[in-house]
Ligand binder design. Sequence first.
Ligand code: SF4
Ligand code: MG
Length: 384
Amino acid sequence: MTDLLRVRDLSTRFFTEEGQINAVENVSFTVEAGSVLGVVGESGSGKSVTGLSLIDLVESPGKITSGEIWYNNADLAERVEGDRPEAVDGDFVDLRRLSEAERRSLRGSAFSMIFQDPMSSFNPSITVGEQIAEAAEVQRRASANPRSTRSRTQGYGLGQMLLDGVLPNRSYTSEESWDRAVELLERVGIPDPAERAEEYPHQFSGGMLQRAMIAQALAGDPDLLVADEPTTALDVTIQAQILDLLADLQETMEMSVVLITHNLGVIARVADRVSVMYAGEVVERGTLRDVFDDPVHPYTKGLLGSVPDIDQPGERLEPIAGNVPDLVDANMPDRCYFADRCPKAMTDCLTRPPEYEVSDGHRARCVLAEREYSEADAVPDERF
Ligand code: SF4
Ligand code: MG
């Protein structure tokens, strides 16, 4: 399978009055073209910030402080190579080495994002159809003029657009974009799309509005859709329908999806690969089967053990006893971040473990994953 994104050692920090918060710490993973990567972990583990970092939506006081995000796009690579050869590797371009305007122009057309609460993505006083048409129009104009930065309005909703001062103007959209909006509503399974397009957000049920938000995110035909807890606010039956829709879109539109959730049932249903996050780090990653059938990291094992029936998407993740560290740099322990909650913690865990390769593509940040490691050598340590 071809890789769409290769993320290397990405760190995102927040510079707050309480100090520096290491929300995402040296995170690496790969998103394959046309596949679903599930990012799972408790709240506060850095999943959402990882998603926002991917599409450059981290806001002040947050900042990506290091790392590389290599994006597979031959056309873009060709355009960039002349003046910045260091930003190009074959067909891949390091998004971190692009200008802000260049990155912004990729939003919507290359990357798009959907959130938990569709209500916050729609303006209550404009019809759903008009708002999707707006997103389609922005993309249409941007592709007519690739240098245009107008495309910044797509992918993060009208609320943000208003904040950014790009005021929607009802005469802005063309008939072509309206037709595209209706077509997108139909594509995401909304019955009578032409009539529904004329309705306002409050006339949609939660599940239908979630579908409409997906339609809006698809307006620019993105390569990657980042979906942050897209089903958390919905009841179980509707959750399953939305997940099936995402899986279907990913397949038919050859789009990649990064699905962020605290819900292992959701991951089990649609993910091809999984990254498990804890305290800003990826602690285990691999294929769904690697991680679910053969987990190595005690945190992954704990998560899986806490879910009675993994095939039920409604199952909530019961956290393992204890809490995720607060991620303030000054308070982060100089040992394995999971040590205080780990049933296997021992003297060897007093040093921060690197990522070990368990098998091809399956990695875990735990001494137990070291190939030659024998648990018989483990020395219990009373400090844990
Ligand atoms: Fe537990 Fe040690 Fe592995 Fe950390 S390195 S997860 S403390 S066994
Ligand atoms: Mg979150």
